[in-house]
Design a protein around this ligand. Structure first.
Ligand code: AMP
Ligand code: MG
Length: 440
C-alpha cells in the first residue's frame, strides 16, 4: 500500500509520562515543527505517548505508515522507564546489540567529568541491530536512526533525547542534512518584533499585507507580551532575499515605531543594542517587578557592558534608605505614584554614581501587581514607570501611569517590558509614543 505514504511529510512523536501528566510542556514538537516547516516539510501529525514500550512501538509503526520521516524525542535515558531503544527494536522486529563506539563515547563523557560511568549508563549504548547510533555532544544519550518498513513503504525514523538542549543540535547535525530541498523552492522567514500596540491594531496597520494568498505571506503572533510579525517566502532561492527585504520594509513602515529587532532578538536585546549604539549605560530601580526587569536584561549574554545593575526596593524602607526617596513624599503620595517613581529613578542615577558605576539612564517601576493591594484610585494593575536620563545638563524625566490587565504575572512582565520600551523609544528619538495600557 505504497500510496498511503505521504511524501515530504513528517510526524513527530513525544515520549514521556511527564508530558502525558502535564508536568512538562512539550516544547520539542513545537520546535521541530517550526524547523521542519521552514525546511519545507509538511507535518502531518503530533503524537504523545507515555513511557510504555508497546505504546511507543505501535506509535512508531503507525506514524511510519503515514509519513516518510518520523522524529521521536524522549525515553533515551539510562533508567528502566526509558524504553525508546527497546520499542524501536520491537517496531523493527529486531534484537538489541551493544554499540562499541557509543559505549566508548559514553565512558569518555564521564571521564571528561572526572567520574566513572555508572553501570546503568551502559544501557544507553544499546541499539537495534539495523539502527545506527547518533552521537550526543551535550549528554550521555545517543540518538538512533533506523529505516522502518511498513506495508512496503519505508520511513526514516530518528529517535532523539528529550532534553531540548541535546535534541536541538542533534536535529541540526543528523536530521537536517538528510532532508531534500522543498519541491516548491526554498522557504525563507523573517520575524519582526513589536511592542506597545494590541495584536488587532498591528493587524489593522498591516492591512492588505496580511492577505493570505500573498507571497511572502505575513502573519502575527502574540506571545510573552510582544506581538511578532512573521514573514514567510516560498519560491526560487535567487528571489528570496529581495522578497524578504521588501516585505520587511513594508512591515516596519506600517508598524513603526513599535517594531524592534529581527528573528531571535528580544525587546531586551534590542534595547541593549540601542544603549550600545549610544555608548550609554543603564541602571534600574524595581519595586513591583522584584528584579524582573534586571532578569530580562541579563538574560541577554554580554549585557554587562551597558547594564550596570540596580536595586530591588520592595519595602518602603528600601526606597528611602537605598534610593533616598523622600519620606514625606512617600507618605503624601503613596509608594505607587508619579513622584515616587521619579524619585526612585533619580535616586538610582545618584546611587550608581556613588557606587562608582555611573549610568546615563535609570528606569524605575512601582505598581500594584495584584491580585490584592488595589484601591479605588489605584486598582490592581496600576503601575508608574519613570525614566530619568542624565546626558549632561538637566536630567530629563519621563514618567507615565499604566493600567495593565490580567493576573499578577502578566502585570509584572508587562511592566518590565514597558519600561524597556520607554527607554528604547527614547534612545531612537521616536518622540512621545503612547504604549499599550498607558493612562492619559
Ligand atoms: P528523556 O530522558 O530522554 O526521556 O528526557 C528527559 C527530559 O527531557 C525530561 O525530563 C524533560 O525535561 C525533557 N523532555 C522530554 N521530552 C520533552 C518534550 N517533548 N518537550 C520538552 N522537554 C522534553
Ligand atoms: Mg523520559
Amino acid at each position: 500500500m505504497a500510496d498511503r505514504l505521504i511524501h515530504d511529510a513528517a510526524a513527530v512523536l513525544s515520549i514521556g509520562d511527564e508530558l502525558i501528566l502535564g508536568q512538562t510542556l512539550d516544547t520539542n514538537s513545537a520546535w521541530l515543527s517550526a524547523r521542519l516547516t521552514e525546511l519545507g516539510v509538511r507535518i502531518v501529525e503530533h503524537a504523545t505517548v507515555d513511557d510504555d514500550c508497546e505504546a511507543i512501538a505501535s506509535a512508531l509503526r503507525r506514524l511510519a505508515g503515514r509519513a516518510r520521516l518520523v522524529i521521536a524525542t524522549g525515553g533515551l535515558g539510562p533508567t528502566i522507564d526509558d524504553l525508546t531503544r527497546r520499542a524501536l527494536a520491537d517496531a523493527l522486529g529486531e534484537g538489541l546489540v551493544e554499540d562499541g563506539q557509543m559505549l566508548s563515547a559514553i565512558r569518555l563523557y564521564f571521564a571528561a567529568r572526572g567520574t566513572e560511568m555508572p553501570e546503568n549508563n551502559r544501557l544507553q549504548a544499546l541499539r537495534p541491530e539495523s539502527a545506527s547510533a547518533l552521537g550526543n555532544a551535550q549528554g550521555t544519550a545517543p540518538g538512533l536512526h533506523a529505516r522502518l518498513e511498513i506495508d512496503g513503504a519505508s520511513a526514516d525514523c530518528f529517535c532523539l533525547p528529550g532534553p531540548p538542549n541535546e535534541m536541538r543540535p542533534m536535529f541540526e547535525q543528523f536530521v537536517m542534512p538528510r532532508l531534500n530541498p522543498p519541491a516548491g523552492g526554498v522557504i525563507r522567514t523573517r520575524v519582526i518584533g513589536t511592542f506597545g500596540l494590541p495584536e488587532a491594531t498591528i493587524a489593522e496597520r498591516l492591512g492588505e499585507l496580511m492577505a493570505r494568498l500573498r507571497n511572502p505571506v505575513i502573519g502575527t503572533t502574540a506571545s510573552g507580551g510582544t506581538v511578532s510579525c512573521r514573514i514567510r517566502f516560498t519560491g526560487a532561492a535567487e528571489e528570496a532575499d529581495e522578497a524578504i527585504a521588501q516585505a520587511e520594509r513594508a512591515v516596519r513602515e506600517a508598524v513603526s515605531p513599535y517594531d524592534f529587532g529581527a528573528d531571535d532578538e528580544t525587546l531586551a536585546s534590542a534595547t541593549l543594542k540601542e544603549l550600545r549604539r549610544a555608548g550609554e549605560r543603564l541602571v534600574v530601580a524595581e519595586s513591583c517587578t522584584g528584579g524582573g526587569l534586571g532578569a530580562l536584561l541579563t538574560d541577554v549574554p554580554g549585557s554587562s557592558d551597558v547594564f550596570c545593575g540596580g536595586w530591588i526596593t520592595y519595602a518602603d524602607a528600601m526606597k528611602l534608605g537605598a534610593l533616598g526617596v523622600d519620606k514625606s513624599t512617600l507618605r503624601a503620595r503613596g509608594a505607587v505614584s508619579e513622584e515616587v517613581a521619579i524619585a526612585m529613578a533619580r535616586g538610582a542615577l545618584r546611587a550608581a554614581e556613588e557606587a562608582g558605576a555611573p549610568a546615563q539612564h535609570a528606569l524605575a517601576i512601582t505598581g500594584v501587581a495584584g491580585p490584592g493591594g488595589g484601591t479605588k484610585d489605584k486598582p490592581a494593575g496600576t503601575v508608574w514607570i519613570a525614566r530619568a536620563s542624565d546626558r549632561g545638563g538637566e536630567i530629563e524625566v519621563d514618567a507615565r501611569r499604566f493600567l495593565f490587565p490580567g493576573e499578577r504575572r502578566a502585570v509584572r512582565l508587562r511592566s518590565a517590558l514597558t519600561a524597556m520600551a520607554m527607554l528604547r523609544l527614547a534612545l531612537i528619538g521616536a518622540g512621545p509614543v503612547k504604549l499599550l495600557g498607558q493612562q492619559g
